[in-house]
Design a protein around this ligand. Structure first.
Ligand code: ADP
Ligand code: 5GP
Length: 198
């Protein structure tokens, strides 16, 4: 009855994007995450082909020249990219697709996928963002500083997105996130071949 939707989610690192996306994917079996390729080293608990496909820089660069990415970007010193083949495969399965990508990647996607829904997650303040990143303990000190510096630039891009969620209380933020997903599904533009049952 309706075409699959591409949901593009961006946020400064530590704003809670993964937490919100994880919960959405747990509840909505008809939304699939496009697993990105990255040259970043896996964090504790991250699984290959589940959280990311972890590859070398050499392999990543070969994929760029081979036209394998719908978008790619250098983020915090590592390369990240969305595979064209994975997007095509998910789209054929008829589900909605979630892209967890940075602002540079979202800009590239906007040029080629006009009907996507763009959602930006903001932290309540820089201080809280810093606290969350420190508490997560996934980055060494220098990497954490880099992420916080980058956050200031990234936050300026929020107006280029269709929706913004301030992730203060997690329950509220999740409810807002889910509302955006549900209302996007009801947009007339996403309904195809509707005819009134006789
Ligand atoms: P991102 O994917 O945007 O980098 P995460 O989802 O990893 O961020 O969240 C960063 C940290 O903040 C995690 O430890 C997570 O558990 C915590 N967190 C996320 N949302 C909230 C919230 N609303 N209140 C308090 N802590 C949160
Ligand atoms: P992390 O290293 O914390 O998992 O992710 C760092 C940043 O890279 C996040 O903003 C995340 O959204 C972004 N990212 C993850 N995958 C991709 C991708 O395929 N393309 C782009 N452009 N950014 C990505």
């Amino acid at each position: 009855m309706r075409a699959g939707i591409l949901f593009v989610i961006s946020a400064p690192s530590g704003a809670g994007k993964s937490t919100l996306c994880r919960e959405l994917l747990r509840r909505f079996k008809d939304i699939k995450l496009s697993v990105s390729y990255t040259t970043r080293a896996p964090r504790k608990g991250e699984m290959n082909d589940v959280h990311y496909t972890f590859i070398s820089r050499k392999k990543f660069k070969n994929m760029i020249t081979g036209g394998k990415f719908a978008e790619w970007a250098m983020v915090h010193g590592n390369l990240y990219g969305t595979s064209v083949d994975r997007l095509k495969k998910l789209s054929k399965e008829g589900c909605d697709i979630l892209l967890d990508i940075d602002v540079q990647g979202a800009k590239q996607v906007k040029n080629s996928y006009r009907n996507a829904v763009y959602i930006f997650i903001l932290p309540p303040s820089m201080e809280i963002l810093k606290r969350r990143l420190m508490k997560r303990k996934t980055e060494p000190k220098e990497a954490l500083t880099l992420r916080l510096e980058k956050a200031k630039d990234e936050i300026l891009s929020y107006k280029e997105y269709d929706y913004v969620i301030i992730n203060d209380k997690l329950d509220n933020a999740y409810r807002e996130f889910e509302s955006i997903i549900l209302s996007s599904r009801l947009r007339t533009g996403n309904t195809v071949n509707f005819s009134m049952p006789q």
